[in-house]
Write a protein that binds this ligand. Structure first.
Ligand code: DX5
Ligand code: ZN
Length: 219
């Protein structure tokens, strides 16, 4: 299972969004993490379908969309049409988990289920056979630039064990407060997809990506 860096454009400079996405490409990045917030599931509001559709026109990067919205089942079609390749939604945001997974699958897209810091690792177990990814939040969702909560990383080996015991091939993504100092601990815990917002977009994007790659075992 390969390690992937998924830079979160929440920390980008939106005046230069296209330019900064090109900088990610030039640095060898393959995924981009897109945080959608509705002001209900989380306190803040970020961006939605029109922004995703607009950047879809300019890049072939893999779009890892993280929905922080209530009742995500209402909008799956729209996010697929905007260009999502993978849709992560929160277990805490819906009573229709299986229906939402099935909807995403019906469009041939990858599915991720996401848990907040206070949701136990065991909550994902019933769905592991149905998904491509589990996203473990390592901060309270809602804002970039927060400090990682170490106890959240402790859930990663528990989930990795469940996946291995079931003989499945499911990615584990971690999101929130990840930097070049703590990324190796997240990988050792069993995560293989790393989200980083402020640690990638602060100052020199290329240098920051290189810093992650050397910690993640890339040349
Ligand atoms: C937070 C978002 C994150 C955020 C990460 O709710 O889900 O993806 O952009 O930003 P950093 O890496 O700065 O914590
Ligand atoms: Zn995110």
């Amino acid at each position: 299972m390969s390690n992937i860096l998924s830079p979160s454009i929440l920390s980008a400079d939106f005046w230069k969004l296209g330019e900064q996405i090109k900088e990610l490409e030039a640095a060898g990045v393959q995924w981009v993490h897109i945080d959608v917030m509705d002001g209900l599931f989380v306190p803040s509001i970020s961006y939605g379908m029109p922004v995703i559709a607009s950047i879809r026109k300019g890049t072939d990067l893999f779009f890892d969309v993280h929905l922080m919205i209530e009742k995500p089942e209402r909008y799956i079609k729209e996010f697929v049409e905007s260009g999502a390749d993978l849709i992560n939604f929160h277990l805490e945001a819906t009573d229709a988990v299986e229906e939402t997974i099935a909807q995403i699958r019906s469009y041939g897209k990858k599915v991720g289920i996401t848990i907040k810091p206070n949701t136990p690792a065991e909550a994902v177990e019933p769905y592991l056979e149905l998904v491509d990814m589990v996203l473990v939040m390592t901060v309270e969702p809602g804002f970039g630039g927060q400090k990682l909560i170490p106890s959240c990383v402790d859930k990663v080996p528990v989930i990795r064990r469940m996946i291995t015991e079931k003989g499945l091939n499911v990615d584990i993504e971690v999101d929130g407060g990840i930097n070049t100092e703590n990324v190796s601990a997240a990988l050792e815990a069993g995560a293989n997809v790393i989200v980083a917002g402020s640690a990638v977009f602060k100052d020199d994007i290329r240098k920051n990506v290189e810093g992650f790659y050397s910690e993640m075992g890339y040349c």
